[in-house]
Design a protein around this ligand. Structure first.
Ligand code: 13P
Ligand code: SF4
Length: 310
């Protein structure tokens, strides 16, 4: 239930959005009240696509730093605001540009596929980006016989290798939030809710992915739960996803697979932060031209690959 204070804040934000010709994008893991007020909510891929096509002058990105960077890369003429500059992604920080440069030097001719959860500089050193929603299709689009290296998420890479049947190598990064979901947690949830389907994100550990009925990006989960005949679901991803799942499926029940599935960075942004960012038009995320142009090629190569229906 929104308090009077929240209602007033939301009204003020809507007025500022109109005055600034701004669009508010929010990732599916954001706080409920942020998702409620957003113009568009989505997964990393959907939000990149929206950032690339918006007519607005200002993009307010409620998510983490790499997402705002992707928006700045794809929409160079626009002002991209990240209301909390300290909202980073620990997985993106697990690979440094020099790590990737060294790998490339040792493997000439290999194709580097970089998960969007990475810095602009790492993207700039890559051939093509991917998200959890299109990673399998991106890898399938690479000619057979080419060596493929995926960075930075070992769990996503493991899943893609399994589904595509392709031999891949990968960097040893991981998402600390998804990594906290153990096979024992998933088994306990299954025991407690025997009728429920288990749906998980590919950032989960391979042993958890192996137990799942479906492995999906965050937006993929919305489509899946809408279409499924099941009435109950155990959800293996960050708990912010529950807001829209419950809203869109009032007749269905959703259980989080573990209470540890909370990303502190995704929860930093508050309504006050959004209001302040719109009032002051700061903090702005920018990417230096040389990095931007190279990273843009990798992101555009990804956007040309079709995603699965969701
Ligand atoms: P998607 O929304 O693309 O599935 O990404 C999950 C994630 O961890 C974003 O930080
Ligand atoms: Fe990064 Fe994981 Fe948080 Fe997504 S959920 S921002 S991958 S730490």
């Amino acid at each position: 239930m929104a308090t009077m204070e929240q209602k007033a804040l939301k009204k003020g934000i809507r007025e500022l959005l109109a005055a600034r010709n701004a669009v508010l994008l929010a990732h599916n893991y954001q706080r409920d009240e942020i998702q409620e007020i957003a113009d568009i909510t989505g997964d990393s891929l959907g939000l990149s696509q929206e950032a690339a096509k918006t007519e607005a002058d200002v993009i307010v990105f409620c998510g983490v730093h790499f997402m705002a960077e992707s928006a700045a890369i794809l929409s160079p003429g626009k002002t991209v605001l990240l209301p909390r500059m300290d909202a980073g992604c620990p997985m993106a920080d697990m690979i440094a540009p020099d790590d990737l440069r060294a790998w490339r030097d040792a493997h000439p001719g290999a194709v580097v596929v970089t998960y969007v959860n990475s810095s602009a500089e790492v993207k700039a050193l890559s051939d093509v980006c991917c998200t959890s929603g299109n990673a399998v299709n991106v890898v399938r689009s690479i000619p057979a016989g080419k060596e493929v290296f995926m960075v930075p998420d070992r769990n996503l890479a493991h899943y893609v290798a399994k589904v595509s049947g392709r031999r891949l190598s990968w960097w040893d990064g991981y998402c600390p939030t998804h990594e906290r979901l153990s096979a024992a947690d998933a088994a306990r949830a299954r025991e407690a809710h025997p009728e429920a389907e288990l749906i998980v994100h590919p950032e989960c550990r391979p042993e958890v992915v192996a137990m799942a009925d479906a492995v999906l990006s965050t937006s993929g989960m919305y489509g899946y739960c809408r279409r499924s005949a099941a009435k109950e679901f155990i959800v293996g991803t960050e708990m912010g996803i529950l807001y829209r799942l419950r809203k869109e499926n009032p007749g269905k029940r959703f259980h989080i697979a573990s209470r540890a599935l909370i990303c502190p960075n995704m929860k930093l942004t508050t309504l006050e932060d959004v209001r302040d960012a719109l009032s002051s038009l700061t903090p702005v995320v920018t990417v230096p031209k040389e990095i931007r142009e190279k990273a843009c090629e990798a992101l555009e190569a990804m956007l040309r690959v079709p995603r699965d229906a969701s």
